[in-house]
Structures are given as C-alpha cells and as structure tokens.
Design a protein. Structure first.
Ligand SMILES: [Zn+2]
Length: 359
C-alpha cells in the first residue's frame, strides 16, 4: 500500500513516530486470545505509511481458518509459527476481507506451510488481486528504493518539497520512513501473490467440525467487495477495513453503501469486533463514530454538488472538525493520517459518487 500512501503525502504532512510494539522499521504484532480458540494477531500502530492488517486464527475441531495474511512475509512466518504452537491442526482455509496487499501479501507463506490450504474471497477481491495488486507489487519493488532515497535527501537537506524548513521531528520522520520503505521492499521481494481458489457472492458457511464460521458480503464499503467473517458460537466478528482504528482509510471506498454496510455489521450482534487495523473492540462505539463521520462527509458533499460547487471548493467547505477530534484525540500523528488518508480521499470519492461518475 505504501505507493498509494506516499503519492498522497507531502513530506510536511507525514505521520510522526508512534512507539507501541514498534521495535524496528516495520510494525510487529501482539497476540490476543479473543475467545476460546480465537486468536487475533494485532499489528502495532505504524510509525508511518507502512502498515499491515490484523490477522485472526479461528481454531475448530478439525482445522484452522485464518483471516488475512498481512503485509510482511517475515511477520506472517512468525504468526504461522505461533499458530503451530497453539494447535496441531492444519490451517485449512485462508479468507480475505479485501484485496489490499497489507492483507494478502503473506498468502504464499500459508500455501508453503499448509499446501492444502484453500484461499477464499469475494469475486471482486479475487479480480482486484489479479488485475491490480499484482502490478502494484512489482511497481512498489521498483519504485520503493528511489522514494526512500528521496526521503533521505529531504532529511539531509532539512527541506520539504515546497522548500519549507523541516522540524527536527519531520527530519526524524523522513529518515524512519526511508528505513521502513527499504525494509518493506525487502519483504515485498519475498511475496508471491496468489489468486483465491474459491469465491462467494453473498454468504458461505464453513464448518470446522462443530464450529461454524460464516463469511458474509454485506455490501460495498471500504472497497467494492469487503467480506466480514463471523463466528456465531462466541459472537466474534472480523470487520476487515470497514473498520480501521485509530483513523480510517478511504482509498477505494463507496461512502453511501459503506454507511449501510456498517449498519448491517452492527445488526449481526457481535460482542467482540476485530477491526482490519487496531485493537479488539467490545462494543459498537467505534462503528457508530465511523458511521457518523461517513454520514457527515457524504451529506455535506451531496449538498455541495447540488450547489454545483467544484471539487476544490467542496474540499474547502466540508467541515468535520468535531468528529475528527474524536478520532485524533490530540495526537498530531493521527491528525496527519486522518487528513491525508481519509478526509481528502473520502471527499473526492463522495463527490464522484454524487456526480454519478464511474467509480
Ligand atoms: Zn488494511
């Protein structure tokens, strides 16, 4: 994903370091037992745009189902080693919440460790892995080192692209971002993306012995084909990037449907929610906050389109300051992330949608 992040982020508005669980240039993970036989591998909040999605292992009577495979093969190998410690049962299924590579880059590690693993996604996700993610992987491997060199030069000169003098924090940030990109590119060279073996349109039930796992497409949202995964016996749901904490991403989103999809997610009645990024949640507060944000952006943009305002004028007009505060909570890193990876893009997506343009 970093290409899409870096192309949007001016050096002056980049994220600043976040320390938790972050020992090296790539974010590590913390393992959380969520319920009996359900383990979440929660990726640390990133120092910068190099992120990895959470993974979850659902252990049944005769096998394991894993949700998402992460962005960095070395980290995926560590997770696989942990799963082997947790159970002697094989990983039989790997399910994708969506096509973004921070959730799929570890696929071939699972195939290597468990040759019979069946990879499952929505048809849209399968198509996007084949049409977009594979090209995007090659491009990031090719362009990553140049971008890292650029960031190192920026740090050395102490000046951003506009010529503005950078603060000490921004200089540190640029250096660390360069380290992260180089570490990520080394990981990406080990990635072999795989096309899912099976797809489902609306629903699919998988039985791991007595334990049932339900795969559901609730409608478009974060992408055109997000899957959520629900384990009814313990009321645990994996939401993928329909929910991203602390600040959402809006890259390929469909705002109007996203609001409806979050309503359906809530209606499942889960008591434990594992977001695509960020810690495990035990109530619907974050779903509600996210819905309010999407509604606010969407209705303001629709209003602007009715008044025939341009996209630029719409951007200037949309005001979500009070909601933004609740995501950002006075953390400047999160504020930069919120503005660069959610707000600007969400306004553009909502504008396109309101104009009836092709998405
Ligand atoms: Zn993600």
């Amino acid at each position: 994903m970093f290409k899409r992040f870096v192309s949007l982020a001016a050096v002056s508005s980049l994220l600043l370091p976040q320390a938790a669980l972050h020992a090296g240039p790539l974010p590590g993970h913390e393992t959380v037992k969520v319920a009996e036989g359900i383990y979440a591998f929660i990726t640390a909040e990133s120092n910068n745009a190099i992120v990895s999605g959470n993974s979850v292992a659902i252990v049944g009577d005769d096998g394991v189902l894993v949700v998402d495979s992460g962005n960095f093969p070395s980290e995926t190998r560590r997770i696989i080693a942990e799963i082997r410690q947790l159970t002697p049962l094989p990983v039989r299924y790997l399910v994708h919440t969506h096509w973004h590579r921070d959730h799929t880059d570890g696929d071939s590690e699972y195939r290597g460790a468990f040759p019979n693993v069946v990879i499952i996604s929505t048809p849209y996700t399968r198509k996007m892995i084949g049409d977009v993610a594979m090209k995007n992987l090659d491009q990031e491997i090719k362009e990553g080192p140049d971008y890292a060199s650029y960031l190192r030069k920026v740090a050395q000169d102490g000046k951003g692209s506009s010529g503005r003098t950078l603060t000490a924090e921004e200089i540190t940030y640029s250096k660390e971002f360069a380290d992260s990109i180089e570490a990520a590119v080394a990981e990406f060279k080990q990635v072999k993306l795989l096309l899912p073996d099976e797809t489902f349109d609306q629903e699919m039930a998988i039985h791991l012995g007595k334990r049932e796992v339900q795969l559901k497409f609730l409608g478009r949202g974060n992408t055109g084909g997000d899957a959520v995964i629900y384990v009814p016996d313990v009321k645990v749901v994996m939401a993928g990037d329909l929910l991203v904490y602390p600040t959402p991403f809006a890259f390929d989103s469909y705002l109007t449907e996203w609001i409806q999809t979050l309503g359906k997610l809530k209606a499942i009645g889960a008591t434990t929610i594992i977001p695509g990024h960020g810690p495990v949640q035990h109530n619907n507060d974050y779903i509600d906050l996210m819905s309010s944000l999407l509604q606010s952006v969407n209705s303001q943009v629709q209003q602007s389109v009715k008044q025939n305002l341009s996209l630029d004028d719409t951007r200037k007009k949309v005001d979500v300051a009070s909601l933004e505060k609740q995501f950002v909570r006075d953390n400047p890193n999160r504020q930069r992330s919120f503005e660069a990876y959610f707000l600007g893009i969400a306004v553009e997506r909502a504008y396109k949608e309101a104009k009836g343009g092709a998405m």
